[in-house]
Design a protein around this ligand. Structure first.
Ligand code: ADP
Ligand code: MG
Length: 363
């Protein structure tokens, strides 16, 4: 065997491990009808033990219904749901001893923070001494050690969400369900809590299924992301793969910004574009430079197009340009570097596209 063969077999080994990892949660052709509306339609999905899986989709795409089905709050109209290999489709929530915790509940307003965390332990019949120890440890873990005696109304929104998360974690169940866990928070706090959830996941290793409509949250937290649309799975992939290689127009536009290169000016050869697809490029993949006397000549790797700047928006470390090319407007994003030339409305510019950055997505 050559030395190089060793390293090339590594990714394969990883793929194999992923396939043989036990599935902790499995949806098998699950449909949930509400009258004529299929909230979830023929959903098949496996979640591995210890995985952080995010269900991402617009409002009404069936995300919460998927979690409710798993938690047993609603039953499927057809199909099967398995937890650790056992069918639970006809088992009501309170009989599902697989230990699912649903975070979306509000805190009990009449109980202190300490009592809120103690409640699930008390329900399980844990003795007072051990309850106190566990609650104290968890409060410390979520940086709320000094807040045990406060009532929920005496906490900020972010603190309340941390308590809710702590209460979900303390129950010590193998599966954690989070429904828009950071929905109510402002940007800074949300970023901070994302870091917190990630490190809690690393520490506790629970299989976590998180629902969100926030693409940034999904990209930051997840091992894999499921994009849902109208009750069905549009694509499942690791965050980077999903962003870099979206398979459909819907995914390309829902996750990040996408430029669809339908105008003839983009010079996409018709035979390069598989049937039923359209070419797409991400805004940060387009290079914008001054157009001096004439356009550079295209090569096998690159193509050059001229355009007219419509607008420039300065957004902290990034500049966002809108550039008119033929009848379309292309979005270009670039990092602001020292001494770099800026363009303003009306400027004629040269756009450089690497052909390998162009993706063909189902229309
Ligand atoms: P999401 O969480 O992605 O916003 P939901 O799972 O809440 O979506 O809803 C999916 C679809 O099912 C929507 O069209 C919604 O109106 C419908 N739906 C959800 N729950 C019910 C219900 N209890 N009764 C009737 N329709 C429902
Ligand atoms: Mg929802």
């Amino acid at each position: 065997m050559f030395a190089g063969e060793n390293s090339s077999s590594l990714p394969e080994a990883k793929v194999l491990a992923e396939i043989t990892d036990p599935l902790q949660v499995e949806f098998r052709n699950v449909t949930k009808l509400y009258g004529a509306v299929a909230a979830v339609k023929d959903l098949s999905l496996g979640v591995h033990q210890g995985e952080f899986l995010t269900i991402l989709g617009p409002s009404g795409s069936g995300k919460t219904t998927a979690l409710m089905l798993l938690a047993g709050f609603v039953g499927p109209s057809s199909g099967d749901i398995r937890i650790s290999g056992k069918s639970v489709a006809s088992v009501p929530s309170y009989h599902r001893d697989q230990g699912i915790v649903f975070q979306s509940y509000a805190l009990f307003p009449h109980l202190s923070v300490h009592r809120n965390l103690e409640f699930p332990l008390e329900m399980r019949g844990m003795k007072a001494g051990e309850r106190s120890t566990r609650v104290a440890r968890m409060l410390e873990r979520v940086h709320l050690k000094e807040f045990g005696d406060r009532m929920p109304s005496q906490l900020s929104g972010g603190q309340q969400q941390r308590v809710a998360l702590a209460r979900a974690l303390i129950a010590d169940s193998p599966i954690l369900l989070l429904d828009e866990p950071l929905g109510a928070l402002d940007r800074n706090l949300r970023e901070q809590m994302q870091g917190e959830i990630k490190s809690l996941h690393r520490e506790f290793g629970k299989t976590t299924i998180c629902v969100t409509h926030d693409q940034e949250e999904a990209l930051t937290l997840s091992d894999r992301i499921v994009v849902m649309r109208a009750g069905q799975i549009e694509q499942i992939d690791a965050p980077e793969a999903l962003y870099d290689r979206p398979t459909t127009r819907f995914v390309a536009s829902f996750l990040g910004e996408a430029n669809f290169l339908t105008d003839r000016e983009f010079k996409i050869e018709p035979n390069a574009c598989p049937a039923g697809t359209i070419p797409m490029i991400r805004p940060e993949r387009v290079r914008i430079t001054p157009l001096t006397s004439r356009l550079q000549s295209d090569t096998d790797e690159r193509q050059f197009i001229s355009g007219a700047v419509v607008s420039m928006i300065y957004a902290g470390p990034l500049r966002k340009y809108e550039v008119r090319v033929g009848s379309s407007v292309l979005i270009v994003r670039e990092h602001v570097a020292a001494g770099q030339q800026t363009f303003g409305p009306g400027d004629i510019v040269q756009l450089e596209l690497l052909r390998s950055d162009i993706r063909f997505v189902a229309n």
